[in-house]
Design a protein around this ligand. Structure first.
Ligand SMILES: Cc1cc2nc3c(=O)[nH]c(=O)nc-3n(C[C@H](O)[C@H](O)[C@H](O)COP(=O)(O)OP(=O)(O)OC[C@H]3O[C@@H](n4cnc5c(N)ncnc54)[C@H](O)[C@@H]3O)c2cc1C
Length: 548
């Protein structure tokens, strides 16, 4: 007790909980999509990610942002970024838990397990996952260049994180990033002005010299990047390492690091290429589809990451309201707070279900041929990226409000909710912002029989709830008749909700019926509008079993 007062009625921080144990929807998604999954892997990751020690690393890595050293003290250009040791501790953990390129060297189910692990790790720290995600995503784009791929894949998939600035041959593991966005255009990368001049053929293929800039290039301490540049034939994709095979430093200059809203542990930079050496990946003039083979996989991670952040915010909100008292009751027992928390739980569970469904489609199409899964992968990528990420910021605001003023206070990085809130908008912006995803859906509608795939996908849930049947009819008419680009956001939202409801039908009846009743007939504008008759206790117990 201090001289003036005793501190009472303050919640404890949520620490040293096994995050996997708390997350029933994730456990069920794993069991459904990959019944033989390795539970011990998640027990270990859940315990580590929830530990107070790792959470301290997350705080420190964000509080002590990376620092650029463009030159050494003698004036030599060095272009190095210095990270807090906690950043490296987190990276080491992420690679040890196989969140990067390992699924490409594993069998069926590898992408599903990795997706669930990625989601779980996001609850610990999302910004270090940027280079981890890009290292996972690069394989489909890079494998068309067998010489490069054979040299780099083993170390991209290695679990022995190595932060040293050394050539490939001397490192135990490498990471990769990407550079598309330039000042004059990020969504419309056709506006890229970086030029590529052919130099010579060598062991890695066709070598060029790149001159130009990138306005956003995250994780510039990665060992190599896929970048876009113009050749005489058009926009092309290139592999650009930071250190060249002879050990010399490639001409990539880091101009400065971005001062960002959130995502503080991740160094996002502006760079210039001064005749930097780079090798052609794929065909000249086919750079956009080539690099999009990487971009579509990172879009999966955007949905997974947001679902992970939602789950983290929900857990903190439940943990807080189960302890804090107001007006004679614990907050979690107040009827209106129950409605808000249950509504957040529905959203979190639906986000998990949709993102994991996309992960299954990726897994099925990478480990075999399945026509339905191929259409679902193409369809679900823009849908999950758009809808899950769009809901993230709104979700974080409401979860923060459950903590009252404490939710808004960061206190040297200890207030995790504020960090989540600042992180949330990012997954919606990068890797193709919301409108770009809706435009991509229109592209899918033109190229695939989406209606047939959707009918097949929702068949098992038909008849389970009248609102779901009505939504299905509306969506099928919408797919058939959509002519106006300006209406694409409505359609992408409606398909997302229909698919989320379909996925939830397999799980808790209380969750399924509340989801259908609250979201399918009319869009809810704020959380906490679940109708009378909702089984709030069942939904809340499921969301945080350990609290009850
Ligand atoms: C922290 C951070 C890290 C990043 N890291 C990287 C990286 O490592 N590598 C990289 O290449 N990029 C990176 N980016 C860039 C990011 O991918 C782009 O910012 C994003 O793709 C949007 O591009 P832009 O900023 O040029 O916006 P613009 O392209 O100008 O878009 C602005 C808005 O207009 C909308 N819009 C665009 N075209 C249309 C249309 N036809 N119809 C309707 N609406 C439209 C978009 O949806 C968006 O909302 C990063 C960004 C951030 C914030």
């Amino acid at each position: 007790m201090s001289v003036t007062h005793e501190v009472i009625n303050q919640a404890t921080p949520l620490a040293d909980a096994n995050l996997f144990h708390l997350n029933l929807p994730l456990q069920e998604a794993l069991a459904w999509h990959h019944p033989g999954y390795d539970r011990s892997r998640f027990e270990a990751l859940g315990a580590e990610a929830g530990s107070a020690g790792m959470q301290a690393h997350a705080r420190l890595a964000n509080f002590h942002s990376p620092v650029l050293h463009a030159h050494d003290r003698f004036g030599h250009r060095i272009d190095q970024v210095e990270f807090h040791p906690s950043y490296h501790a987190l990276m080491q953990s992420a690679l040890r838990h196989r969140l990067h390129a390992t699924p490409w060297t594993e069998g069926a189910g590898g992408h599903i397990e990795r997706a669930a692990a990625f989601m779980l790790f996001t609850e610990l720290e999302p910004s270090i996952l940027c280079p981890v995600s890009m290292s996972y995503a690069v394989t489909p784009a890079l494998r068309v260049q067998p010489a490069l791929f054979q040299d780099w894949l083993p170390k991209l998939a290695s679990t022995q994180y190595d932060a040293r600035f050394l050539p490939l041959a001397q490192k135990t593991a490498v990471t990769m990033g990407m550079g598309m966005t330039e000042k004059q255009g990020g969504s419309d990368v056709r506006a890229n002005s970086t030029r590529a001049e052919f130099e010579a053929d060598d062991a890695w293929g066709r070598r060029y010299r790149l001159t130009g800039h990138k306005w956003f290039m995250s994780a510039p301490m990665c060992d190599a990047f896929l970048v876009l540049a113009q050749t005489a034939t058009g926009l092309s994709c290139f592999f650009l390492p930071r250190l060249l095979p002879d050990g010399s430093v490639n001409a990539l200059r880091i101009q400065r690091l971005k001062h960002k809203l959130g995502n503080q542990a991740n160094a996002s930079s502006e760079v210039e290429f001064e005749a930097a050496a780079a090798w052609l990946v794929g065909d000249e003039g086919r750079g956009v589809p080539q690099i999009l083979a990487m971009g579509t996989i990172t879009r999966l991670d955007c949905a997974l990451g947001t679902a992970g952040l939602m789950r983290q915010a929900l857990s903190i909100a439940l943990h807080h309201t189960a302890q804090r008292q107001a007006f004679g009751k614990r907050l979690v027992e107040q009827p209106m707070m129950k409605n808000v928390l249950a509504d957040l739980a529905l959203e979190s569970e639906a986000a998990t279900a949709l993102a994991m469904r996309l992960a299954r489609a990726v897994d099925r199409t990478e480990n075999g041929r399945d026509e339905h899964e191929a259409v679902m992968r193409r369809l679900l990528t823009p849908i999950a990226k758009f809808w899950v990420c769009k809901r993230g910021s709104h979700f974080a605001q409401e979860a923060m409000e459950c903590l009252g003023g404490n939710g808004y206070v960061e206190e040297q990085g200890e207030g995790v909710m504020a960090r989540i809130y600042r992180e949330m908008p990012l997954n919606s912006i990068w890797e193709g912002a919301g409108n770009i995803m809706a435009l991509d859906l229109l592209r899918v509608l033109r190229s695939r029989d989406v209606a047939a795939a959707l009918q097949h996908e929702i068949a098992t849930a038909r008849g389970a709830h009248p609102a779901l049947d009505r939504a299905a009819e509306r969506v099928l008419v919408g797919i058939d008749t959509l002519a106006d680009e300006a209406q694409a956001r409505r359609l992408i939202r409606d398909i997302a909700l229909l698919l989320q409801a379909t996925l939830l039908q397999r799980g808790s009846p209380a969750v399924f019926s509340a989801f259908c009743a609250s979201r399918l007939d009319s869009a809810a504008d704020v959380f906490g509008l679940l109708p009378a008759g909702t089984d709030f206790d069942a939904i809340l117990q499921r969301a945080m079993p350990s609290l009850h």
